[in-house]
Design a protein around this ligand. Structure first.
Ligand code: SAM
Ligand code: SF4
Length: 318
């Protein structure tokens, strides 16, 4: 079992399977050129599986596949099947921009995927085009419906930005509510790769906007990154606020990047590479690195208000 210094059980790994993406979201990688890591620097699925098997044997029970855009990586369904075949009890989830779900949702479900989180920042085609720098809305909305039809658990993620989509908070909530899907509003996290001038909308402001139409109460916090709220008519939505104390308190996760870096915390720059150990067949060493990362997991993200992160979200998987 993996327990950190603060007595938190680490049973969740987020795996970024690629840094590549077909969108160029303003808050994530607006100016990233199409130059990517050479293929030999990226862990193969077999190499990732070799490491994840170790983690599963140590008690990891939830694996979220992310990126970049994970649906761009070839044969992602086969990777999901490898994990599901190893342990069908795993909570296997994936975070996606939704663009390829129309084509892929059924195959992913069949492979053993249980849940998807889909990014949806707006319901207006022009605004989606501005945010993703590509005309994406129609495909994303069809992808959401297809994921639901395929029987996947679906949650929506919205990054709220001043003057861009903050006037759609209620519309997005109602879109989700009508489909009986949970939506989580994410405070924009300042980082140096984002488009200059993007400003976050604080959770208080988001909640104030929702309170204009709905009465709601906060639910007890679980170990997810999100705070959840319930309206009087039993609809649940969430807020993700990384500067808030509670963001880290029950953190149960570590991250693995496509290049093999194991990262104890989204906002820390320390990382440890497992690629060499796995490629040399040195499973003992890989297990030691895993234990070290858990042992060195910081208590909290230590991310100051107004501090700009240097971390690339598309590498660490958000
Ligand atoms: N491409 C997939 C997607 O967009 O859902 C998965 C990778 S993306 C990096 C994972 C999550 O990070 C998404 O929910 C995205 O909205 C969020 N994200 C990216 N940059 C962010 C930022 N600067 N602030 C807050 N959330 C961010
Ligand atoms: Fe791509 Fe997701 Fe980043 Fe948008 S948030 S650019 S979809 S990786």
């Amino acid at each position: 079992m993996l327990i950190d210094k603060f007595d938190r059980k680490i049973d969740y790994i987020r795996v970024s399977v690629t840094s590549r993406c077909n969108f160029r979201c303003l808050y994530c990688m607006p100016n990233t050129p199409f130059e990517w890591e050479p293929k030999e620097n990226i862990l193969s699925y077999e190499e990732m599986f070799e490491f994840l098997r170790l983690a599963i044997d140590e008690g990891v029970r939830k694996i979220r596949i992310t990126g970049g855009e994970p649906l761009l990586r070839k044969d992602i369904d086969k990777f999901i099947k490898m994990l599901n075949d190893y342990n069908p009890e795993l909570d296997l989830a994936l975070t996606t921009n939704g663009y390829y779900l129309l084509e892929m949702a059924k195959g992913l479900k069949k492979a053993g995927l249980k849940r998807v989180n889909i990014s949806l920042d707006t319901l207006k085609a022009e605004v989606a085009k501005k945010i993703a720098q590509k005309d994406v809305l129609d495909k994303v909305l069809k992808g959401i419906d297809e994921a639901v039809n395929a029987g996947l658990g679906v949650k929506l993620n919205t990054v709220v930005m001043q003057g861009i989509n903050d006037n759609e908070i209620l519309d997005l909530l109602e879109y989700a509510k009508n489909k009986n899907l949970t939506i989580r509003f994410i405070e924009f996290m300042e980082n140096e790769r984002a488009y200059p001038g993007i400003k976050r909308v604080d959770s208080k402001e988001i909640l104030d906007k929702i309170a204009q139409k709905y009465k709601f109460k906060e639910l007890p916090k679980d170990n997810s990154a999100s705070k959840y709220f319930e309206t009087e008519d039993d609809y649940q939505f969430g807020i993700i606020e990384p500067h808030d104390e509670s963001f880290c308190k029950k953190c149960n996760r570590i991250r693995l990047t496509a290049e093999g870096f194991l990262i104890p915390c989204l906002f820390f720059t320390e990382s440890y590479n497992i690629k060499e150990a796995i490629r040399n067949g040195n499973i003992k060493k890989a297990a030691e690195i895993l234990k070290d990362v858990v042992a060195n997991k910081p208590e909290k993200n230590d991310w100051q208000e107004n501090e700009v992160s240097t971390r690339a979200f598309w590498e660490t998987g958000g």
